[in-house]
Design a protein around this ligand. Structure first.
Ligand SMILES: Nc1ncnc2c1ncn2[C@@H]1O[C@H](COP(=O)(O)OP(=O)(O)O)[C@@H](O)[C@H]1O
Ligand SMILES: [Mg+2]
Length: 385
């Protein structure tokens, strides 16, 4: 009998919750039955962003976001259950990544903190909830990130061709899938994906992001600024490595901009940030090994400036989106966390030591049992919540 799992994901962009409902068959085959995006209310977006830097009353503020997001995640899960025309008791478990508010794998104290109360998700939905995936990998000495490459390996690996999966979220990460099973899957965070583009766009236009990359397309890449940005030690450092918006943010950009006189036009900076994303991804892929085909997922797949930039930097290798492999680019990470919940309940490891640097493969996550009646009314979320 196939089992149903829900994956909930919100990345560093803090834009929305991606929810996916999948069925996983006895043979391990995964089918995507429904998925949807549940946008964050503006006050939650702002509260999450404010937590990227230390400040007064941090514990209270982080727990307020934890509670508010728990309810949002539960609503997103129930909406996708309704969309699939299922009932909560038919779902084995929810895998919830949570919202990262701090990720510092290399600096003492080493930790990665995701919020979005799993207790609240289990209580509101009545569905067993698996969360807190990163901490066990970190306890085994790993970066705790990225965790999606194991899922990419399971669903996207091709016998005979080396594939790369490029996830352009707030932070971008790459997975290199060898065409022969003897070689290990590799992967790491390449650096900023959309996070600097979003922050710069917000500051200068008031929009949450540069829709269609139109604003970036109106500017010109500034080669000297691009070189300065690429000189950051993160880009050249060896894997395993992972990063977050507490490092790549406006303060990081402004630091590089102080050296540029006269101050460049904002749209030229935007164009340069797009080039930073595509160049750092291309350089990372070139360092990983021979790649025969590349598939992009994450919100960046919708930005033509990023897609064109990647194609130009990686030609003649083909650059498509994961849609061509049967998974919509916005659903890949949510599917990964549904799959990771399946791995946890079946007591199977979820991390790849070749990616995170952990000493061993471990069972990830903690389990908040369900089986209770859902407290939220499922029908309330039939319109997408
Ligand atoms: N149509 C679009 N045009 C340009 N950028 C887009 C578009 N759709 C999504 N994005 C970008 O994708 C980001 C969200 O990507 P996502 O994969 O959800 O990131 P995360 O995993 O960090 O939440 C948005 O903040 C935006 O920068
Ligand atoms: Mg997102």
């Amino acid at each position: 009998m196939p089992e149903h799992y829900i994956g909930l994901m919100s990345g560093t962009s803090a834009d929305s919750i991606d929810a996916a409902l999948v069925s996983i068959g006895d043979d391990g085959d995964l089918d995507l039955l429904a998925w949807h995006e549940h946008p964050y209310p503006d006050d939650i977006k702002a509260a999450v962003r404010a937590l990227a830097v230390s400040g007064a009353d941090e514990i209270k503020r982080v727990m307020a976001v934890d509670q508010a997001l728990g309810a949002q995640f539960a609503a997103a899960a129930l909406a996708v259950v309704t969309q699939a025309e299922l009932k909560p008791h038919q779902i084995e478990a929810i895998g919830s990544h949570g919202q990262t508010v701090r990720h510092q794998p290399n600096q003492a104290p080493r930790f990665s903190l995701q919020v979005g109360s799993p207790a609240m998700i289990a209580e509101c939905t009545g569905i067993t909830t698996v969360a807190d995936f990163r901490t066990r990998d970190m306890a085994a000495g790993g970066q705790g990130a990225p965790l999606v490459p194991a899922f990419h390996e399971t669903v996207f690996r091709h016998d005979g061709r080396n594939r790369a999966i490029v996830n352009v979220g707030g932070i971008a990460n790459v997975t290199w899938l060898p065409g022969v099973p003897q070689q290990p899957t590799l992967g790491f965070d390449t650096g900023p994906g959309n996070t600097l583009l979003d922050a710069w766009c917000r500051r200068h236009t008031g929009q949450h992001y540069d829709h269609g990359g139109a604003w970036a397309a109106s500017g010109e890449v500034l080669p000297a600024l691009l070189a300065t940005l690429l000189a950051d030690a993160y880009f050249g450092s060896a894997a395993p490595k992972s990063t977050g918006f507490e490092y790549f943010n406006l303060a990081w950009l402004e630091n590089a901009l102080t050296a540029v006189t006269p101050a460049p036009a904002p749209q030229d900076v935007q164009a340069t940030l797009a080039a930073l994303t595509t160049t750092s991804i291309a350089q990372s892929l070139q360092a990983l090994g021979q790649v025969d085909e590349i598939y992009v997922c994450g919100g960046g797949a919708h930005n033509p400036v990023l897609m064109t930039g990647l194609r130009a930097a990686l030609a003649p290798v083909s650059v498509a989106t994961t849609q061509d492999l049967g998974v919509p680019p916005d659903a890949v990470e949510a599917c990964a966390f549904a799959w990771l919940a399946f791995r946890t309940l079946h007591r199977l490891p979820g991390n790849l030591p070749s990616v995170t640097g952990a000493a061993q493969a471990v069972i990830l996550g903690a389990i908040w049992p369900g089986g209770t009646a859902p407290v939220m009314d499922v029908e309330d979320f039939s319109d997408g919540g």
